[in-house]
Design a protein around this ligand. Structure first.
Ligand SMILES: NC(=O)c1ccc[n+]([C@@H]2O[C@H](COP(=O)([O-])OP(=O)(O)OC[C@H]3O[C@@H](n4cnc5c(N)ncnc54)[C@H](O)[C@@H]3O)[C@@H](O)[C@H]2O)c1
Length: 457
């Protein structure tokens, strides 16, 4: 990638950013700037990307960004998947690797895309930042609250540009417009906000089977505990503790509470912040149903999906504001203020304040203002990638930065801990600790399996 010839060289930028403290987060507008497509029309100006985790999401993301990037290296612990992405999206020209550290070693790669399962986000992300890369990392950024503290620290140290894959933040005509309405006072002071994220599946007992030849199961598990590989035929994708279905196992994910919580709790939290409610939660209570029994927060059965299938949690914020995280109403975010309410999901933005826009439109710069005056190109996933790549060039903080992401993901993780322990929790947001509950506090972190510790910290 040759952008460094035209822009601030990466290494000197890191030094000046660290020295200047928050300088990287000051937004800059580009009046009359060229679009990414215009800027990357020459082969030499395109971004050379290294992909870590070549599954469903990485393929979608790489297709969304294809106008501006070339995939030059692909790491996957499943060689079949790395090879398929190479053939489909890189004409067989990328190097393929089982161990992602070979991708991080390459000096010709500045941009990394991490799209591994959730238990494999923090380690490659932190190591990529320490290797001087900029990273688009899929949501939810972490499996635990303490991993978020580490990521934020390393991002501040290195000045790496990190965009989290919460592309709802780049959906201008729905979520961003809803946020602009909130910021412009169209619902008044928010009293209630509800994130409806749907329930999760259960499974029958899934048998242990031989690991496919093309999969390095030990490396897929990585920092997670060593267990057998499971798979059985099922209607859709098959039941397994591996590809895609990892979402339904607490060992690799937070279940729906973080899988979709990372999207809708993010929008709900963003709304509160734009409404001037910047303090974090005070505590959480509610109920959930799991497909297996738990002892001390740990599932007692290891042969089937174990994350919460149903749940309804109330999260208390200062001033009496309540956020609900639930599975039992239409997927979307309901924002209720003292002057009106709006509902937004991936298909619609509705409510009286939305109808009122016909007579009383938002100010011209309202959407750009909540989008931190960042360049806006395309829509949803493509726009989210454009935002990231533009920020790589300009060294601005992207719209889904690790700091705001972790602030809201703490709420999702708290819901997960409350679900697993089946009790209410109190939260000290300044100390980022659960109050008066040692067992719950022990779940802020997880032990990494020997041989898979994070390198360089
Ligand atoms: N932003 C969104 O809307 C959205 C949608 C779907 C998935 N996601 C996220 O994307 C991530 C991946 O989800 P998916 O559905 O693509 O899962 P997936 O199982 O299809 O893909 C993950 C890939 O990572 C590989 N992998 C595992 N460990 C690895 C390692 N150590 N090094 C290299 N590769 C490794 C797996 O073999 C697999 O090919 C998840 O974190 C998920 O939450 C985001």
């Amino acid at each position: 990638m040759t952008h460094s010839a035209k822009n601030t060289p990466r290494r000197s930028f890191i030094k000046s950013t660290v020295a200047a403290g928050a300088a990287a987060s000051v937004p800059v507008v580009f009046p009359g700037r060229k679009t990414l497509a215009q800027e990357t029309s020459s082969k030499n100006d395109r971004f050379s990307v290294g992909v870590i985790g070549a599954g469903g999401m990485a393929n979608g993301n790489m297709r969304a960004a294809k106008d501006w990037i070339d995939i030059v290296a692909i790491a996957d612990v499943d060689s079949k998947r790395a090879e398929k992405m190479n053939q489909d999206l890189s004409g067989g020209k990328a190097s393929t690797h089982e161990d992602y550290r070979h991708v991080l070693e390459r000096k010709d790669i500045d941009v990394i895309h991490v799209a591994t399962p959730d238990h494999w986000h923090t380690k490659p992300l932190v190591e990529a930042m320490l290797a001087g890369k900029d990273i688009y990392c899929e949501k939810p950024l972490t499996l635990t609250i303490d991993e978020g503290k580490l990521i934020r620290r390393v991002q501040q140290q290195t000045g790496s540009i990190v965009q989290v894959g919460t592309q709802q933040r780049s959906t201008f005509h729905l979520f961003v417009k809803a946020m602009a309405m909130v910021a412009d006072g169209r619902v008044g002071k928010i009293k209630q906000v509800s994130a409806a994220i749907g329930g999760a599946p259960s499974s029958p007992s899934i048998p242990v089977v031989d690991v496919p030849e093309h999969l390095n199961w030990d490396r897929w598990l990585g920092p997670a505990p060593k267990v057998d590989y499971r798979w059985m035929e099922a209607e859709k994708r098959g039941h397994t503790n591996c590809h895609y279905e990892f979402r339904w196992w607490y060992e690799y994910s937070g279940g729906k509470l973080t899988d979709w919580g990372a999207h809708h709790v993010d929008i709900a939290t963003w709304a509160l912040q734009l409404n001037g409610q910047t303090a974090g939660p005070l505590g959480i209570s509610g109920e959930s149903t799991h497909p297996v029994d738990f002892k001390d927060g740990v599932p007692v059965q290891g042969d089937r999906y174990n994350t919460a299938t149903k749940f309804k949690f109330s999260v208390d914020f200062p001033g009496g504001t309540v956020m609900t995280i639930r599975n039992d109403t239409d997927n979307g975010v309901l924002i209720e203020g003292d002057q009106g309410r709006i509902f937004v999901n991936r298909g619609k933005l509705v409510g009286k304040p939305v109808d009122d826009l016909a007579d009383n439109p938002l100010p011209e710069d309202a959407i750009q203002k909540v989008y931190k005056n960042l360049p806006m190109e395309g829509n949803e996933r493509k726009a989210h990638w454009a935002c990231f790549l533009n920020c790589v060039k300009s060294r601005q903080e992207p719209i889904s930065d690790v700091h705001s992401h972790m602030k809201m993901l703490n709420t999702c993780h708290l819901a997960g801990i409350a679900a697993r322990l089946d009790r209410s929790l109190k939260w000290d947001d300044d100390a980022e600790q659960i109050v008066g509950d040692d067992q719950a506090n022990a779940m802020l972190a997880r032990e990494y399996r020997a041989g898979y510790e994070i390198e360089g910290v």
